[in-house]
Ligand binder design. Structure first.
Ligand SMILES: Cc1cc2nc3c(=O)[nH]c(=O)nc-3n(C[C@H](O)[C@H](O)[C@H](O)COP(=O)(O)OP(=O)(O)OC[C@H]3O[C@@H](n4cnc5c(N)ncnc54)[C@H](O)[C@@H]3O)c2cc1C
Length: 441
């Protein structure tokens, strides 16, 4: 394996996607990571009392057979697989996801208003759509839009739908027919229209087992936070005082992080990078001394007085993540520097999370809690606000000009999952080597 001076910044899925391609071409890249261990957002950790938690729940939904096989190999073929089942909590009611085709069981007035507004919205020809708010009204009608997705948007994206674009939607939000809405209002759980259906999760070690098999594909240097990038000298300077040179540079670092590190960045590029908004996540981990007897792998929460937007059920992903006879939950509470800054410590949110879990009936009493902890993720999801597109184009154009290959959720600044992050790293590595895009993707 040769060291040809390829440097990869960031040790998440994208970084190891890049390392994997370079390694298959006989190149041992140097991979720099600021934290003390690799894995990025796909890191898992043991609680010390038998629970394994992810840095925010991660489940693989990839439909790409090659990625499926690579992830499976990483676990030594030890993974769980199953059908996705998730649901929604709204003011004391549990309904299957997606809510728009599962209104059965909600208060009659609400269901009637949702259907009436849905029919009215469908009658508007060529509705004017300038933002996500307009899109929601046109797709679902006023009552449903205002009761469910607009509230969830504030909880999850930390801003109002009116501030968001629609270029991230893809298949994420299902647009039902009238027949589907009516059936969902009249029948209990009639339809399966969610855009993901099968999931995979490692049997042991949490989600990280899907990436840890790649850790030997590069020379991984942890505790190497990049402090400066000099593209003329092709030199990296690290916060720990060391420096290193490179021939080709691949970065999965968040764009607002990487831009200020580069010597001589033009002011307009700096300003564009500063406009990019991203959520931050406090993840509250709760371990229970009993099994939670539910079917779902995760649930969405719409009530504004419930702090978390989502919770996941660890034992329903893999029994290997919880001690025998126990179970665990991970709750996600969203913030953002731009729209809802987080002040305080992650642990400050544990008590309000437990209160809400008790209110929803998921936790019966504090006595059954045997583990509680909280972590903070500084980069969660890209916020597709109205500033994003133009700002990303400026930043990407500049990085291309100076020869930095970007990849990953925060290098692309997109709504991409682990499989897409891995593939984007592979693409960046091929581009750095001057190879054409692979047909394998
Ligand atoms: C709460 C949550 C739940 C999710 N659930 C799922 C899911 O169920 N399924 C799914 O497929 N995807 C899920 N995702 C998305 C998934 O996490 C990402 O798509 C993927 O992990 C991104 O990988 P990445 O390599 O692009 O970024 P990252 O994993 O963030 O890697 C970037 C790395 O760069 C490092 N870094 C940053 N600054 C510096 C610096 N100055 N110097 C050196 N290193 C630095 C970081 O420490 C990090 O390790 C979820 C994301 C979140 C936030």
């Amino acid at each position: 394996m040769q060291d040809l001076g390829y440097a990869i910044l960031g040790s998440g899925m994208a970084g190891f996607g890049a390392a994997n391609v370079l390694s298959s071409n006989g190149i041992k890249a140097r991979l720099y990571e600021k934290r003390m261990r690799p894995g990025g957002l796909t890191t898992s950790f043991g609680s010390g009392d038998g629970f394994i938690f992810d840095e925010g729940v991660h489940i693989s939904f990839t439909k790409n057979e090659r990625v499926k096989n690579l992830f499976a190999q990483s676990t030594g073929q030890r993974f769980e697989t199953g059908n996705v089942y998730c649901n929604n909590y709204w003011h004391g009611h549990w309904i299957k996801h997606p809510a728009q085709v599962n209104l059965n069981g909600l208060p009659t007035d609400l269901v009637v208003n949702c259907i009436q507004d849905f029919v009215e919205a469908r009658q508007v020809q060529n509705p004017r759509i300038e933002n996500y708010h307009d899109w929601l009204l046109a797709a679902y009608g006023k009552t449903f839009a205002e009761t469910f997705p607009m509230v969830y948007t504030r909880k999850y994206h930390t801003t109002d739908a009116v501030n968001m674009s629609t270029d991230w939607l893809g298949p994420r939000l299902y647009r039902p027919s009238l027949e589907e809405v009516l059936r969902g209002a009249l029948e209990h759980e009639p339809l399966d229209v969610f855009y993901v259906n099968e999931f995979r999760y490692p049997t042991q070690g949490g989600f990280e087992s899907f990436i840890s098999g790649f850790y030997d594909k590069a020379e991984v240097l942890c505790d190497h936070e990049i402090a400066a990038i000099d593209m003329k000298e092709k030199r990296l300077t690290f916060l720990n005082g060391s420096t290193s040179t490179f021939f080709k540079l691949i970065s999965s670092l968040p764009l607002p992080v990487v831009i200020p590190l580069i010597a001589g960045v033009p002011a307009d590029v700096r300003e564009a990078a500063a406009k990019l908004a991203c959520t931050q996540v406090v993840v509250v981990n709760i371990g229970l001394n009993r099994v939670i007897d539910v079917k779902q792998q995760w649930s969405y929460f719409y009530d504004e007085d419930i702090p978390f937007a989502r919770i996941s059920y660890r034992g329903n992903l893999s029994q290997g993540s919880v001690p025998l006879g126990c179970d665990a939950l991970q709750a996600e509470i969203y913030f953002s520097e731009k729209y809802r800054p987080f002040a305080g410590q992650p642990g400050d949110l544990i008590e309000s999370t437990i209160d809400a879990l008790i209110k929803c009936g998921i936790v019966v009493s504090r006595k059954e809690i045997v583990h509680q902890s909280a972590i903070f993720l500084p980069f969660g999801n890209v916020i597709f606000d109205l500033d994003r597109k133009q700002a990303v184009d400026i930043v990407h154009g500049y990085l291309k000009d100076i020869g930095i290959e970007t990849c990953g959720r925060f290098g692309q600044w997109g709504y991409i999952w682990t499989d897409a992050a891995f593939l984007s790293g592979e693409r960046a590595a091929r581009s750095a080597m001057g190879l054409h895009a692979s047909a394998e993707e």
